[in-house]
Design a protein around this ligand. Structure first.
Ligand code: UDP
Ligand code: MG
Length: 314
């Protein structure tokens, strides 16, 4: 009988220090799980260090190693999508190169899928170990918010680390949107997922590629991609303010008719005008954010551009 194959997708951006350690560990896992074949698909996301050279060397000496090298940095989302599109395995795992997603867990994840009949096994770290206090507060608030305003459930602390069956991978690849928020997409496609809690260890080498600001933008991306509630809220607030204005106009007309029209209250009027102007710009801004996403979707720009693969090294 033909052996099953697991593809391991590893997005890499300046990971020259972590890669040899990761490769060593994942090959040990492959040795242990010898009843399945492996394919290691590294995505070089426009690294400026020696990552590409390391991948070239690995692919020359190990036929299981494949790589896709982008023409520039496209972001982890582009890397994951390229990996999912090109993976050939019956099962596909996504994991970081920095050992925060321990390769040895692939073995239990595979066993869980085989024995317990899940379509996917995914990991989450709800305690956010190693995050600063500000980042922890922000992350917790974000999960509370998205839980309320989106119909696509998000597991607090969910990582991108997961092992999926081919049918789930195909469903994800079929979601071709340009503005990708994979944690939402994984949840949107459904399928029977087992969640395992674990404490993500610290990065083995190098530094995190996600600054607070980059994470903040990613959080906004998640809201725009999986909720239209901000638009509804702005419409409702607009309606309430119109109602208040209408009632106030009637009160003013009646007061003027009964008591005459002394010129007073201009400071409060100025405040109201500034407040309303600000509110309108804010809601225009929200609309603009959705519009800008639509603009990018319509243009259908590529999510990544390949400059080299392992085929060019053979
Ligand atoms: N990564 C990537 N492209 C980027 C940023 C990150 O492919 O533009 C990769 C990175 O090499 C790592 C994974 O995505 O394998 C997660 O990044 P990192 O560990 O820096 O993020 P953190 O774990 O700190 O959130
Ligand atoms: Mg990491």
């Amino acid at each position: 009988m033909k052996k099953e194959k697991i593809s391991v997708i590893v997005p890499c951006y300046n990971e020259e220090e972590s890669l040899p350690i990761f490769y060593n560990e994942i090959t040990n896992v492959a040795k242990e799980l010898d009843k399945v074949d492996f394919e290691f698909l590294f995505i070089n996301d426009g690294s400026k260090d020696n990552t590409l050279n390391i991948l070239r060397e690995l692919s020359k000496k190990d036929k299981r190693v494949r790589f896709i090298s982008f023409s520039r940095n496209f972001g982890k989302e582009g890397g994951m999508y390229a990996g999912l599109e090109h993976a050939t395995g019956d099962y596909v795992a996504i994991m970081d190169a920095d050992m925060q997603d321990p390769p040895s867990m692939i073995i239990t994840m595979y066993e869980d899928i085989k024995k317990e009949g899940y379509d996917c096994v995914a990991l989450y770290s709800p305690n956010h170990k190693g995050y600063s206090i500000l980042r922890k507060i922000f992350t917790n608030c974000w999960y509370k918010l998205i839980g309320k305003i989106s119909s696509t459930p998000q597991i607090p602390g969910a990582r991108d680390f997961r092992l999926m069956k081919r049918k789930m991978v195909d469903a994800i690849v079929n979601m071709k949107e340009y503005n990708r928020y994979s944690k939402g997409i994984f949840s949107f496609v459904g399928f029977n997922t087992k969640w395992i809690e674990y404490e993500a260890p610290d990065r083995v080498a190098g530094t995190s590629k996600f600054s607070f600001w980059k994470l903040f933008r990613y959080a906004i991306e998640g809201i725009l991609a999986f909720s239209t509630t901000p638009l509804v809220i702005s419409a409702i607030i607009g309606l309430i303010l119109c109602l208040i204005a209408f009632i106030t106009i009637i009160i003013i007309i009646v007061k003027t008719l009964v008591f005459g029209d002394p010129v007073s209250g201009w400071p409060s009027l100025a405040c109201i005008v500034i407040f309303m102007g600000g509110l309108q710009l804010f809601f225009f801004g929200i609309m603009g954010m959705y519009l800008s996403k639509l603009y990018l979707e319509v243009k259908k720009r590529p999510k990544y551009i390949i400059s080299e693969t392992e085929q060019d090294c053979h």
